[in-house]
Design a protein around this ligand. Sequence first.
Ligand code: SF4
Length: 326
Amino acid sequence: MKQFQYVQPATQQAVLEVINKPGTKIIAGGTNLVDLMKRGVTAPDKLVDINHLPLKHITSTPKGLYIGALALNSVVSENKLVAEKQPLLAMALKSGASPQLRNMASVGGNMMQRTRCGYFYDTAMPCNKRVPGSGCGAYEGVNRMHAIFGASSQCIAVHPSDMCVALAALDAVVIIAGKKGEHRVPFTEFHRLPGDHPETDNNLPFGELIVGVEIPNNNLQKNSYYLKVRDRQSYAFALVSVAAALDIENGIIQNARLAMGGVAHKPWRLFDAEKLLIGKKASEESFQQAAQLAMQGAKAYGHNSFKLKLAPASITEALKHAAGLV
Ligand code: SF4
């Protein structure tokens, strides 16, 4: 591993001064970054430890629920306010990684984690995300875990988070601090598709810091479900996951939120399928129609062809669970 400097600036303002220079990386839990450094995928000159900043709080606000960027995944998943106001988020978090990793991983770090594409981690293989212009090993290679939506000829990787899928479904907003103050970005616009620049995972401006996320109040608590289909029941990334939340009155869907994980370079929100569900009866038939609509534009790359069937089946199943039909 390349030698690096380790610093712990005392304040958020001091952190912003330091991260505004090339070659710096922020470290919180380090559950992904340390792996990347050990394997030579990333080699920062300077690590900026932010663990002491006061960004761990979880509070109820008039508009919704505020979660600090340094709140641990385990703490958020067990928090009473989260369970009461946004149970879908708690469910998604509990399905991620392992208890040990959740005890280290922060909310901001979860958002910033990188793809688990095997070619990205193997420095002997071509990978446009690791070395722009070197090619994509997965495109015609082993791509069982890879994208079926929004990919490009440059990269077909998926974002690995479960938490982010729930936050995308729940219309969360990312709060970002920079030298000019704070600004807010809708969660669905935080991560990006690969296009011609797969080396860039998200739209966090250079030199800025995620300080928290806010989830607006909703009426989706009673009928929500996070379904994660994976190779084993713990410590495995999603083949396909679905965050589903419904507001149902007298059997009719008043509002719907749907997003998928394991299928795209970013959490994949299913806006058209949501619209289709509004005003429909909460039934398996409606859910199958939404699932079919959600699959428009899906494309597989060989080993991941099974996702074309698994994804709509998972959407239907998640909606059935959310509606209490199973
Ligand atoms: Fe690299 Fe993306 Fe291709 Fe994987 S899918 S090898 S991350 S460019």
